[in-house]
Every structure is written in structure tokens, then in C-alpha cells.
Design a binder for this molecule. Structure first.
Ligand code: CS2
Length: 498
């Protein structure tokens, strides 16, 4: 392969001789979607769909101008900002097939990127701009700022307090949304749609509830306007997108001749099911495979309780055992059987029938997707922010099975494993584990305390609700926790349950 070419707009024609590149016009002026939280997932999902649409896939008619302005609200986004600046917001998507084949393509749908950290004004202005139709979000499960047990907005967050006092100096998504929506209302512009793309059941309803809770305290009149004018479609999003590694960057340069500071890798599978309620229009995403439905609820529940929970089952148990990635877990028969037992005996019974979906097919496809040997999705990504994920992916399944008398043992062991993981911060062979969790200290303290009080971990009420008071759950969990801490052998406990 010749010398790698630096990715940027001027080099697109040259790069186009190596991998597909966008041939459509790219202009900041056309950014009608403002997206907060430009992680790997946004770039493998919404930005990919928009790129497909702009390429004219699925349509013979000319595609109206459309584009994304990315927004970073966290210090960590500075890195992407710098890279995007040198690359004219272009990046490469590397789709990794189970066969080993990689389809690499340059994506051009992101046309601008702004940081709201030190100077919020350009971000508010962009959101308030007449051309903006949608503000979409991937701010992670934790970013919605509510107590997972009570579902109540967390006003104790210092950033929220700051922006309530200083509406012109927003910090979180809530402060930015209200500042921009206020300007639109005052300028007689139509509201934009707030489109949540996070893994939360009823993600649009949650975004609405939280934004209104915030706005009611900040500016009750504005809250009334938002309640009337802003649409918050629920949506189910899906595409496994591992963390980009140095090896990915290297392989893109070596094998495809493209120098890209931050390519994104993902699986071939992609799905987006959205409710068709938009305040101010939307791109014709249905032309590129997005499903628009009246009620996305059953799809969301299916995905969160099977795929995301399945990931957490493999991730936490795998981390303890010392498996580095999800596909390595899937090479281990015990893990495959255990995952199957959890999905069939605990997650499926509470889903009921989902019209138009064959759950057996769905589960089989999950097993194949998890086993994709090229994805190498690290268990550390899956276990990161478990305190925001498990209350949405796994704990509701336990609650529902307790209510119906269903099986709970497979999910309960995952909670016991989480306690071990939080306490030891190492696998069962003593190898340190990288813990990334906003509640890391609380989890550590509570897990440590279980030597004196076996229920201490469960007493983190905001995560577990009343689980510690449920006799059936508490006794199952206590026995598992004790055996796990005594034997240091997660696989033995898994095998005993099968
Ligand atoms: C994963 C998700 O973060 C997690 O724990 O389960 O990121 C998952 O890979 C995506 O939701 C797939 O669509």
C-alpha cells in the first residue's frame, strides 16, 4: 500500500481511489440536525444513516440539503474537536464482518462541531438558528440526570444548580435546550424536535419529563411552551460500536492508506425504530431503512432487556472470569449456555408477544452478533457505567420476575458479580480491572461493607429500589455473594445454575 493520505476535504478525491468517500456537497450552512454527544455510536448510527441518505441511497429524487452539527459538552470532547478540525469533520467508518472482511468508508454527514464548555453562546445560537429542525441526543443513560428508582429529576447536581441560577451559562443538555428554545419562542421560530437516541425505555418521554421538570423551575412559562410545541419521539437504536483502538487506526493506515485520527468501528447490523412525531420536519430516513412506527415501546423493551442486558450478563461475569471481550465470552460454552438460559427463562417471559417480531429469531441473531470475532468489544466498555445501565437493562427484569414468581437466579448472580467487581476491582485471578463508573466510590464502599452486612450493596436504594427488602431475592443473592467471595470461581457458580 502507498503512503497513507491524511483524511480531509481537499484529499477526498485521492482517498476516493482507495475507499468510498462522500461526493455530495458539504456545507456547515446546511446543518439542520444538531447532535449532542458525538461518541462512536452516533457516528456509526445516525450520522451513517444521514450519509446514506445524502449519497442518494434508496432514492432517485434529489436529496434536500441536510447535515449534522455535532456538539460537545464535556471536557473529553476536546479531543474529537481537535481531530475533527484537521479532518474537516470527516471520519472513516470501518464495518467489521464476522468473516474478517472490513468495509471502510468515509462519512461526510457531520459538517460542523462546536464545544459548549468554555463559550456556550455559539452552541445556543446554532440550536436556536432558524435552520435547525432537530436536536438529537446520545448523552448516555446517566446523562438524563434522574434517580433510577424514583424517576425524579436530580436537582442536587451542581451543574443543574448553576444553570438554574445562570440561564446564560448552561452546562448540561437541559440548560442548553432551554436557552435555545427560549430564543426560538421569543423569535417566533418553530420549536425543534428533541430526539433521544439513548438506551432508555421510553427515551423520548424521559427526555420530555426531565426537560419539563428543569424548565418548570427555571422558567414556568417556557415550560408551558415546550410542553405544547416540542416533540420528543421515542426511539430504539441499535448498532454495536466498540471503542476505537490504536490497532484500528493503524490498520486503516496500513491496509487502506487512510490516515484518520479517530475512525469508528462497528458491526454490520443496524436498526433504528422511531415514532413519527416531529415538531419541525425531518429527513426522509425511511428511504434508508429507518422504521417509523406509532409505538416504539415494545421494540425498546425487547432490545434493552435482551441485547443490552445480555451484554451486561456476559460483561460482568466475563470480567470476573478474565475474558477480555464479548466474543471471547461467546467462545466459552458455559457463557453461551448461561446467556441462553438468562434470555429464555428470565428476559423473554416478561416481554410477551411483540407484533411482527419473532423473538427466537431475534435472540439467535443476538448470539451471532455477540460472537462476531472481529468486533472484539471489550468487557470493560460493557461494564463501564453499570450504575447507569443495570437499573435500565437488568434490574427491572428482576423486579418483574419477582412480581410474577418467575426465575431470577441468572440475573441475581450478575448482581452478586457486580458486588465482587466493585469490591475487588480485579478479576478472580487478581488481575486489576479498569472500573469506569460515576458511582465508583459509592459502589466500592457499599461492596466492601458486605463483609459486615451482606445486604449493604443492595442498600444502594437509588439503584436497586426495594430489592434488599424482598426476601426471595435477598436470600438468593446472599447465598450467591457468599459463595462467590469464598470460592473466587464465577464459572462454577454459573455451571451450578445451568
Ligand atoms: C452496550 C451498548 O453499553 C452497553 O452496555 O450494551 O452500548 C450496545 O452495544 C448498544 O446499545 C448496541 O446497540
Amino acid at each position: 500500500m502507498e503512503t497513507p493520505i491524511q483524511l480531509n476535504q481537499a484529499n477526498l478525491a485521492a482517498i476516493g481511489t482507495r475507499i468510498p468517500v462522500p461526493k455530495y456537497a458539504r456545507s456547515e450552512a446546511n446543518a439542520d440536525i444538531v447532535h449532542i454527544g458525538v461518541g462512536g455510536f452516533h457516528r456509526s448510527h445516525l450520522a451513517y444513516y444521514l450519509n446514506q441518505l445524502k449519497k442518494g441511497a434508496g432514492t432517485s429524487a434529489p436529496v434536500p440539503p441536510t447535515g449534522i452539527c455535532g456538539i460537545g459538552l464535556r471536557e473529553a470532547d476536546t479531543n474529537l474537536y481537535d481531530i475533527f478540525k484537521t479532518q474537516d469533520h470527516l471520519y472513516t467508518l470501518m464495518v467489521k464482518h464476522p468473516s474478517g472482511k472490513i468495509d471502510a468508508e468515509v462519512i461526510g454527514s457531520i459538517v460542523d462541531f462546536k464545544l459548549g464548555i468554555t463559550d456556550p453562546e455559539p452552541v445556543i445560537a446554532r440550536m436556536a438558528h432558524a435552520g435547525t429542525k432537530i436536536v438529537s441526543l446520545t448523552i448516555t443513560e446517566g446523562g438524563y440526570n434522574f434517580n433510577p428508582t424514583t424517576g425524579v429529576f436530580n436537582f442536587d447536581n451542581p451543574d443543574i444548580q448553576h444553570e438554574l441560577q445562570n440561564p446564560n451559562d448552561p452546562k448540561t443538555v437541559y440548560g442548553f435546550l432551554t436557552a435555545a428554545l427560549k430564543r426560538r419562542r421569543d423569535g417566533s421560530l418553530p420549536a425543534f424536535t428533541v430526539l433521544s437516541c439513548d438506551n432508555i425505555e421510553h427515551n423520548g418521554d424521559m427526555a420530555r419529563k426531565m426537560l419539563l421538570a428543569f424548565a418548570e423551575v427555571q422558567d414556568p412559562e417556557l415550560a408551558t411552551w415546550i410542553a405544547q410545541e416540542v416533540c420528543f419521539p421515542n426511539s430504539m437504536v441499535d448498532r454495536i460500536t466498540p471503542v476505537t483502538t490504536a490497532a484500528d487506526i493503524e490498520s486503516l493506515a496500513q491496509n487502506y492508506g487512510v490516515q484518520d485520527g479517530w475512525p469508528v468501528t462497528c458491526e454490520p447490523f443496524i436498526q433504528w425504530v422511531v415514532e413519527d412525531k416531529f415538531s419541525n420536519g425531518r429527513p426522509a430516513f425511511e428511504k434508508v431503512g429507518v422504521q417509523f412506527v406509532a409505538d416504539v415501546g415494545p421494540y425498546e423493551k425487547m432490545k434493552l432487556r435482551l441485547l443490552n442486558a445480555g451484554h451486561s450478563v456476559l460483561g460482568l461475569l466475563g470480567a470476573l472470569h478474565g475474558h477480555p471481550t464479548i466474543n471471547v465470552c461467546m467462545e466459552d460454552e458455559t457463557f453461551v449456555s448461561y446467556l441462553g438460559a438468562f434470555l429464555d427463562q428470565e428476559a423473554t417471559p416478561i416481554l410477551g408477544n411483540i407484533e411482527g417480531i419473532d423473538l427466537e429469531d431475534y435472540k439467535n441473531s443476538l448470539l451471532e452478533r455477540f460472537a462476531n470475532p472481529n468486533i472484539k468489544d471489550s468487557v470493560s466498555r460493557i461494564c463501564s457505567e453499570s450504575s447507569a445501565k443495570l437499573p435500565k437493562f437488568l434490574i427491572p427484569t428482576i423486579h418483574e420476575n419477582l412480581a410474577t414468581g418467575g426465575s431470577i437466579k441468572f440475573a441475581t448472580l450478575v448482581i452478586a458479580a457486580w458486588c465482587y467487581y466493585s469490591d475487588k476491582q480485579a478479576d478472580q485471578n487478581g488481575q486489576p480491572l479498569e472500573i469506569i463508573d460515576a458511582m465508583q466510590d459509592e459502589l466500592y464502599q457499599a461492596a466492601k461493607e458486605t463483609t459486615n452486612n451482606s445486604l449493604a450493596f443492595l442498600q444502594l436504594e437509588s439503584l436497586f429500589g426495594g430489592l434488599s427488602g424482598n426476601e426471595r431475592f435477598a436470600s438468593c443473592y446472599t447465598a450467591m455473594r457468599q459463595e462467590l467471595f469464598e470460592t473466587n470461581d464465577i464459572k462454577k457458580l454459573m455451571q451450578d445454575l445451568l
